[in-house]
Design a binder for this molecule. Sequence first.
Ligand SMILES: [Zn+2]
Length: 202
Amino acid sequence: MADFIITPGLRFVSRAGWVASQSLPRLGGSVPRTDRTHVIIHHTVSPDNDESPNIWDSDASIFSRMRRLQTVRPDLGLDVPYNFVAFITNDGVVICEGRGEDRTGAHTKGHNTRGIAVSFAGDFENKAVGSTILADRMPLLSNFLQWLRTDASHPAYGNFEPMRNLGTLRPSARQVFFHRDFAQTACPGGLLEDHLTRVAFV
Ligand SMILES: [Zn+2]
C-alpha cells in the first residue's frame, strides 16, 4: 500500500490505500510512459453531500467515493475511468490512483491513450466553493504534474520512469486541456477553469 506525501499539502494514495474493491480489477491497456503527451482536467460531477460539497473532510469520505467511482459508469467499464482523482481538502490536495500511470483511461474520446486525466472530485459547475481555496490548491496540482513529468517515484512507492513528454501537447493559453476542449460538455466546470489557467508544470 502506498500513501505518501509528494510535497507538503500534496498526498498520494494508491488503490490499495483507498481499498479498491478486489472484485473489480484495474481496467485499460498498457501505455509506455513516454507516450503520454498531455493532461486533461475533468470533474466527477458527484459532490460530497454536506455543507462543503467540493471539500472532502475525511479519508473515509474520500476512500468511499473512490470505491463508488469504480462502478459509477458501467457503460465505460467497471473501474475508475480517470488516471487520477484529485480531492480538495482543508489541508491541501489528496491524489488518488485511478487507472494510474500505465493504463489507458475511459474519460475523453480520442485521448485515452496519450492523455493523462486528472478529475477533481465534486461538481465545479453547480456547487459553490471558495475562490481562495481553489487558487491555493492550484500550485499543488502543478506540483503533482511536475512530479509525474520529472520524477514519478518515491521510497514508499517505488522507482519509476517519469513521463518526460507530458505537457508537450497543450492548448495555446494554458498547460492543461479541459475536457470541453474535446467534447460538448461543461467539464471541468466554470468554477475551476479560471484557476486552471495558472497551472504550470513545464
Ligand atoms: Zn470530463
